[in-house]
Design a protein around this ligand. Sequence first.
Ligand SMILES: C[S@@+](CC[C@H](N)C(=O)[O-])C[C@H]1O[C@@H](n2cnc3c(N)ncnc32)[C@H](O)[C@@H]1O
Length: 433
Amino acid sequence: MDRPTKNPCVNEETALSSWRTPKRLPALGLKGGEWYPYYAGFSAGFAADVLASLRLPSESVVLDPWNGSGTTTEACSAAGLTSVGVDLNPAMVVVARARTVSASAASDLSAGLGRAIKLRKSTSVGVEDEDALLVWLSPSGVQAVRTVLVQATRHLGHVPSSEVKDLSAEAALVYTALFLSVRRIVGSFRSSNPTWIKPPKSKRHRLRPSFERVRQEFFSSLSSLLVQRERLPLASSPAQIILGSSENLPLPRSTVDAVIASPPYCTRLDYAVATAPELSLLGLTKAQQDPLRRLLIGSPLVRGVAPVVNEQWGPCCLDLLAAVRVHPSKDSAGYYTKHFLRYFECMYASVREIDRVLRRQGRCVLVVQDSFYKDLPVDLQQILIDMVSGLGWSLEARRDYQAKRAMSDINPASRKWRERTTPCESVLLFEKS
Ligand SMILES: C[S@@+](CC[C@H](N)C(=O)[O-])C[C@H]1O[C@@H](n2cnc3c(N)ncnc32)[C@H](O)[C@@H]1O
């Protein structure tokens, strides 16, 4: 279903036609697949093709302001380009930073950990009452996971902590292998919503993995990650992975030559809940995860008073907002209008920040998906085109692909308003004039 669809309005006879699809490989995080099973990611092949066709000089800096699992930053390192990846979700900063580890450091680490993580549980690690892993795992299961973490991080001279700012690439690799292990262990709680691991019916149904099981999953995940490292060309350029917000980019004006990114979806996807096992493993309690849920763009939780409409969001956005406000369905004028206002306020703030840091004539490639609100199309492509046109950018090319599954169709109640939809995922290539 990844056939490109024709878009009559825009020139497709450019390099875009030779780019591989942004859709990711199915065998995620494992041999032959992508680095991490991140629902929101785009493919490594796509990022590599974009970089090859942009023909950037070797001293160029590439930015991904929504770096997620670090696909852009890894493609840049492989192509010998300096890059900066920003994400507000600490779990994804860890996953992307782990990707910057060299193959030799990863293999040394793996050998060292083989000796450091004992065959039997020798360290006794206490389990805090507010440990968020207790949602899915029994206290003994949490203790097994935390023991592997303590033994591994001790080997690196680290203390396990949710502070990701200064985490080394090696420590990030340890966390990422454990993220994958916990995901596999709690896999039976996956639901029809691909972004959500549901809680068990009751405490009695929590899982009790033994130390041996966690240890085995850890080394199996680590070796899958190592296989991926070894497949990469020797990274010749550093990637800086930063915990930060696209609305306030930690970069000076006009210092970026190109941007490759996929903005957060406009489908009320809760990126914090989607990574709840990872955030919990990092040590974030539920009370610490909740504020993050509100901060991430596109979150279903809307905070504070509704933002006011800004004319600069452009005509497509303003028409949509007006239609949502008068829509007959429940809460359209209240919660849903506020949700959209908040999303577009954050997106516009981010777009302005990208405009600030991007040099003139700099290129920006965005992978964007459309969606629906009830029966109203949400043409996010056109909304972004309007927003950046207002900043003086031009759309150089566009290519549309049929995506497989619409996040906005997951809720069965959506059928009341529309048939099942085939979302369109577009690659938009802009130049800042
Ligand atoms: C569509 S995903 C990007 C996926 C990425 N291209 C990849 O290959 O993994 C969007 C990302 O934006 C992040 N995000 C949401 N709000 C943000 C904000 N205000 N600042 C920075 N990142 C944010 C989410 O955590 C998520 O990782």
